[in-house]
Design a protein around this ligand. Sequence first.
Ligand code: CP
Length: 313
Amino acid sequence: MLTLPRVSWQHRHLLGLEDLSAAELTAVLDMAEHFTHDADPPRKKRNHLAGKVIVNLFFEPSTRTRMSFALAARRLGAEVLDFSPSGSSTSKGETFIDTAKNIEAMGIDLVVVRHSATGAPHLLSQHLKASVVNAGDGAHEHPTQGLLDIFTIRQTRRLEGLTVGLVGDIAHSRVARSNIHGLTKLGAKVIVCGPPTLVPARIAELGVEVSHDLDAILPRCDVINMLRIQFERQRSGLFPSITEYARLFGLNSERLKVARPDLLLLAPGPINRGVEITPEVADGPHSAILRQVTNGLAVRMAVLYLLCGQPEG
Ligand code: CP
């Protein structure tokens, strides 16, 4: 079995990047590096989590996060259970906590939870003995997405002094909040940019610069992370039309002409093609969108390993 370094890690849960220090963020990213190196050839299986049972408890849709956690757990030798609310006893009135406690009673070591309610993973962590990983809670945090975004940047850039633009629906984006906490702690400068109705007034208190003009900030950015419009979380009327939004805040090849030649383009996905990013840019040379997904596997292996696979003592 691959020998991994012991790292100092005090957390039983991963609820948000706001809770982690710069040293702890670096420890997860460094651990993910080991799994990236190890992932070549990628189908090598490990047994760091042999005998552990992990459940995916997703109350909102997901493609990337759900499959990535399941694969990460299996690569480490864990058993994986997959819960979906449709077809479950939640439709008979069972509460969120009762559902989780009943699943835990089958002998679960770690719960990965996604929920539309802010704080749902925090609530679970108070009721369960198992470790809890937040896979996205409302518009609050999506810590493993933040980690994989930062990991992808760190593969080719030094974070200290880097300028990262987060563009779009900042107000409803849990990815934005996790990126802000992680990037600022690791020394990057963050600019948030979007229509005034989609940028919360108090976001500057998190230590970021605020802009409503993508063309003005683009030449200053080393990295740009194009956030999805969260139609499912918005009330209507926050911008005049999709066409207007795309014209002012969408990334297209014309707009890219003022960007740095080595601009790194990230997007957490899923993307609305032609809204946040045009297809030729999403699939073009600046894009690291699919690399982010690949890196997500190594990052989630690192998170699972640190929370329930590292030898004690
Ligand atoms: N980025 C992200 O969370 O994607 P999914 O909703 O597909 O998991």
